[in-house]
Design a protein around this ligand. Structure first.
Ligand code: G4P
Length: 292
């Protein structure tokens, strides 16, 4: 389902997340491991405030493993516990409970010291559309829960899912919007398929993808399309790929629109390997300045 994020929807989504937050001990902020910055919501820090949080880099199976490791370290260095998971692998998800327990241990110990009885940790999942919130909830619940629809504003009674003895999860996630006002973020979300229905032009997306790949993963790009560089005249590169893959109109001309689609599809379907579009090195400076 496509979400049109109008100001009214944003305000409502924010209100809903704020309300649910009151019910939980910890927030699981789900992000796309291929886009650990671009798939975060711009105002979540403000809403979560002092609440404990675990950053979960989901879809790690599709991301560049070296970058994922660096991102987990990076977040930890900036005060956020983080783990990388693949929600399609239920076994790996056991680490979610363990990580939540570790974060809340000091609080639980304090409660116990005051003579209070221990109880299960209560958590909720928050994230932008398509990061895998429903998938993770269903896998953690070990069953297929009815989808509530991805619309902020679709409400039903909250229910707790018992994940394990130690963890209960709200059955509906908090849905927030991406940072789409930044064009670079928009491109990254669209080229990876993290946002699907996009008004972005396929040619632009393919060109963005080619330049990104040439900068960060040149060998894979050159190997896949048997070339030595992306031409300054981009049409030449499209033509080369079109000829290579024999992408032609019925009249025998190179079908440039189809070439663009093919490039984007290759990226989304991992034909250029596991890719991360937010390079940790590109964000270090910004964060180091923030921390000063
Ligand atoms: P949402 O609730 O946050 O909106 O996301 P949802 O769970 O619907 O997941 C979006 C898509 O991402 C789903 O694909 C889902 O299977 C896939 N997905 C979720 N987690 C992971 C993961 O850890 N690894 C991989 N590889 N995929 C994951 P889908 O239903 O097939 O939709 P489509 O995107 O293929 O159309």
């Amino acid at each position: 389902m496509t979400i049109q994020w109008f100001p009214g929807h944003m305000a409502k989504a924010r209100r809903q997340v704020t309300e649910k937050l009151k019910l939980v001990d910890i927030v699981f902020e789900l992000i796309d491991a291929r886009l650990p910055m671009s798939s975060r919501n711009p105002m979540l820090d403000e809403v979560i405030h002092q609440k404990q949080r675990l950053l979960i880099l989901n879809k790690a199976d599709m991301a560049d493993e070296t970058q994922t490791k660096k991102w987990v370290e990076f977040f930890k260095a900036h005060g956020h516990e983080a783990i990388a998971v693949n929600s399609l692998d239920s076994k790996g998800l056991k680490r979610v409970t363990k990580a939540a327990e570790a974060i809340l241990k000091p609080k639980w110990d304090r409660m116990k010291a005051k003579g209070m009885k221990g109880r299960a940790i209560r958590a909720m999942i928050v994230g932008i559309p398509n990061v895998g919130k429903s998938t993770m909830i269903n896998r953690l619940a070990k069953k297929n829960l009815a989808r509530t629809g991805n619309m902020p504003g679709v409400t039903k009674a909250q229910q707790w899912i018992k994940v394990e003895k130690e963890l209960e999860l709200l059955d509906t996630p908090g849905i927030l919007w991406p940072k789409f006002e930044d064009p670079d973020v928009g491109y990254k979300l669209a080229v990876t398929g993290a946002i699907k229905d996009t008004i972005m032009n396929m040619d632009d997306l393919a060109i963005y993808g080619l330049h990104f790949l040439e900068k960060h993963y040149p060998n894979r790009l050159y190997e896949r399309y048997q070339m030595t560089k992306v031409s300054d005249e981009i049409v030449e590169t499209f033509e080369h790929i079109g000829k290579l893959r024999n992408v032609r109109t019925t009249g025998g001309e190179i079908d440039y629109s189809y070439v663009a689609e093919l490039i984007v599809r290759d990226i989304r379907n991992e034909h250029l390997g596991k890719l991360t579009f937010d390079y940790v090195e590109d964000y270090k400076e910004e964060f180091d300045n923030k921390d000063k």
